[in-house]
Design a binder for this molecule. Structure first.
Ligand code: TRP
Length: 453
């Protein structure tokens, strides 16, 4: 362990270990499941464009702000804010983050359990032979209609997550990401190339990359911004908590840059697999598949590849791993809080928070046939919107205001440049943290009224 001792809290082994762990948190279902789904619901390429702008001008800003608070205080979100601004209501940012983390974990682990189910299906040859979109659609529907199976996998996902977190940050999180993330990246590139070669892929490419500006509206911006926060793990203190384990000698700007870049590339590549494949198989698809999109489309491309069974199995294995490096980062936030502020043991904290997420996740795991409110897709979709979008946007807004005006950009910059690090985009960051990001988020939150009403 290098650099500053963080006593019982643990620390990253090195800067590269932090980058891998933070990338592990960022890259997950949000990129491969969430991003294509959002693109398909929000006008295609226009969404992609707004998303990229949101990452560059707002997401990156918030990430740097979170990392600076985290490293400065070396604490969980609640403790960190208490240290900077004692006895103030700003601590609410921390509590909101903890609540949001558990709620996101609850439905996120359900989608991860679908991925586990698909891993088992693919490996046992369920997708062999000639496939078409009707078959894969049917397979997804009947799979999610079986609550026992889904809840069984859901238990496994949360069990593994809880186990890793109970072992601690360094031992638990680092190990997974080092080898498997690069492997996922390579496989995705390979699949994207294959998808682009499918006959009929062009229509998908142009849907995905040629913006139709008549589709632009407030909803697109709302979802793009929310998706940027979700995908980069921002707005609820994950990056703040991970930042609290970074050594003082590391460069926060390049770290944040790498994580944002890697996360965005993987999301963009996932779309480059999904849309060409979807259009190649369905002509112009009338209905894009909602929450099941990825699960309906990926098997199609595997059916076109020699050795599809092996590639498919590898893909879903890596997707599960990517999901678990994200679930652990969601659970780590409430756990770090319970350890620091409530003096619980790591194990106790992990188990209790894991159980809460389990109970909250059950309605999201139930099949769509149930009572209206407990309809799976509805409940899961609503949890995603409320906690995975709105709550993160509110959290990110408060973080910007807190750093920009309460803690102050001067102190934040001191932390970012500690050890005389260069920070060339300093004034751009200050402008974004104080004005651009908060104003953009406020405008978007204001428009939700119109969107919801
Ligand atoms: N970013 C992850 C993904 O894209 C999910 C995630 C992990 C997350 N930690 C988070 C989302 C914190 C929001 C906040 O799959």
């Amino acid at each position: 362990m290098e650099g500053h001792d963080l006593n019982h809290r643990g620390n990253w082994g090195s800067k590269i270990a932090f980058i891998f762990a933070a990338t592990g948190s960022a890259v997950g279902l949000g990129n491969i499941w969430g991003f294509p789904m959002m693109v398909s619901r929000n006008g295609g390429a226009v969404f992609v464009l707004v998303y990229i702008l949101a990452v560059v001008f707002i997401g990156f800003t918030v990430m740097l702000a979170e990392l600076a608070i985290g490293r400065h205080t070396q604490k969980n979100p609640v403790g960190a804010i208490e240290q900077i601004k004692p006895k103030s209501p700003w601590k609410l940012i921390g509590y909101l983050g903890i609540l949001t983390g558990i709620c996101i974990l609850s439905f996120y682990a359900v989608v991860a359990s679908w991925a586990v189910g698909y891993l088992v299906k693919t490996a046992s040859g369920a997708f062999r032979g000639e496939l078409n979109s009707e078959i894969t659609d049917q397979i997804f529907t009947s799979f999610t209609a079986n609550p026992f199976q889904v809840i069984f996998y859901f238990t496994i996902v949360l069990g593994i997550t809880t186990f890793i977190i109970s072992k601690g940050v360094k031992k638990g999180i680092e190990k997974w990401t080092k080898v498997l993330m690069p492997l996922l990246f390579l496989l995705i590139i390979f699949l994207a190339i294959r998808a682009l070669m499918l006959p009929g892929a062009e229509a998908g490419i142009s849907y995905y990359l040629k913006p139709d500006f008549s589709k632009f509206n407030g909803t697109v911006v709302l979802y793009a911004l929310g998706q940027a926060f979700f995908s980069l793990s921002l707005g609820m203190g994950t990056m703040l908590t991970y930042g609290s384990y970074i050594s003082k000698s590391d460069n926060l700007v390049t770290s944040a840059g790498w994580v944002s870049f890697a996360d965005t590339i993987i999301a963009l590549l996932a779309g480059l697999i999904i849309f060409p494949t979807l259009f190649a198989f369905q002509g112009v698809p009338s209905e894009m598949g909602g929450e099941g999109l990825v699960f309906k489309v990926f098997p199609l491309i595997f059916s076109k590849i020699p050795g599809g069974l092996i590639f498919g199995t590898l893909f879903f294995t890596l997707l599960v791993v990517a999901a678990i490096t994200s679930t652990i980062s969601l659970l780590e936030v409430p756990v770090a809080y319970a350890i620091d502020e409530r003096k619980w043991s790591r194990q106790k904290a992990a188990i209790i928070m894991g159980i809460i997420a389990f109970i909250l996740g059950i309605p999201s795991a139930l099949p769509s046939g149930g009572v209206a409110f407990f309809t799976q897709i509805k409940f899961l979709g609503n949890m995603f919107f409320i906690f995975g979008n709105l709550s993160l946007a509110v959290g990110a807004l408060l973080i910007c205001i807190f750093v920009g005006y309460v803690w102050g950009v001067k102190k934040a910059i001191q932390e970012i440049t500690s050890g005389d690090r260069p920070f060339r985009m300093k004034s751009l960051w200050v402008f974004s943290v104080k004005f651009l990001s908060p104003i953009a988020i406020i405008i978007i939150l204001y428009f939700i009224k119109t969107i919801a009403g």
